[in-house]
Design a protein around this ligand. Structure first.
Ligand code: MLT
Length: 240
């Protein structure tokens, strides 16, 4: 039996340098909504996704043949872009074969900070496929929660608890990371009802104030499942 591999959970994109080791597989999650959007877009047929850091960089692709440009700041769509950051932009949409250029408040920053590692993105849409892939590859794992502007959010660690549970159940992983055990406790406390457990969370309230509760429902309990695992190759997310 090969030795157990390690899992850790990093609560915010800004803390990643405390976890970076240049060899672990990094699983980026921004459950509300960037990595849920990424999973949905690939499932809808998008060919590749370029996560960028600035509005200006994203806008430089506007109007280019075969490109969609999407931007969000503070949960709001940005004037002049094709899309904001809702998964519903990609449901029954003409996006097959297109390249999506995406910039969000936290999720695309987390992907950027994890460069130099094998980086994949996860959501409740592809969680089973991601867990099976990690168990098969059997490498140390850092689950990178995007957080909100450098501080803890509630939804990403709950997802981290879901993924960590699947990995630990395989008996191929172990952990001595307090963030991981806290994430698993948060998941248990939610009693399987994430929507109500998150009723007082900052981002759920932010999305509710913008009439985006449908997005929250979609991301927490997606009506779609996918085996697609987005992986960062150079500056693009492509299908593994
Ligand atoms: C983020 O990047 O923090 C989220 O995706 C924001 C959002 O889309 O609500």
């Amino acid at each position: 039996m090969s030795e157990s591999k390690k899992i850790s959970v990093c609560f915010t994109a800004d803390q990643f340098d405390k976890y970076a080791d240049g060899k672990s597989t990094v699983v980026v999650v921004d459950l509300l909504r960037a990595t849920s959007v990424i999973s949905t877009a690939f499932t809808a047929g998008v060919k590749a996704i370029i996560p960028v850091q600035t509005l200006e960089e994203a806008l430089s692709y506007k109007g280019k043949e075969g490109y969609i440009v999407a931007a969000e700041r503070n949960a709001k769509p940005i004037e002049g872009f094709d899309y904001g950051n809702s998964p519903f932009h990609y449901i029954n949409a003409d996006v097959k074969g297109k390249t999506l250029v995406l910039t969000t408040t936290n999720g695309t920053k987390a992907i950027h900070n994890a460069r130099g590692h094998k980086v994949i993105t996860a959501s409740y849409i592809n969680i089973e496929a991601v867990a099976n892939h990690l168990i098969e590859k059997h490498n140390d794992v850092i689950i990178l929660c995007s957080g909100w502007k450098g501080v803890f959010n509630l939804e990403d660690p709950i997802f981290a608890g879901s993924l960590a549970d699947l990995l630990m159940d395989s008996d191929k992983y172990e952990s001595s990371c307090d963030s991981l055990f806290a994430s698993i406790q948060l998941l248990k406390n939610s009693n399987g009802d994430l929507f109500n457990y998150l009723r007082d969370s900052s981002h759920r309230k932010r999305l509710k104030s913008l009439n985006m509760e449908d997005d929250t429902h979609f991301c927490l309990s997606p009506p779609i499942k996918s085996d697609i695992i987005p992986i960062l190759k150079g500056d693009k997310l492509v299908i593994l």
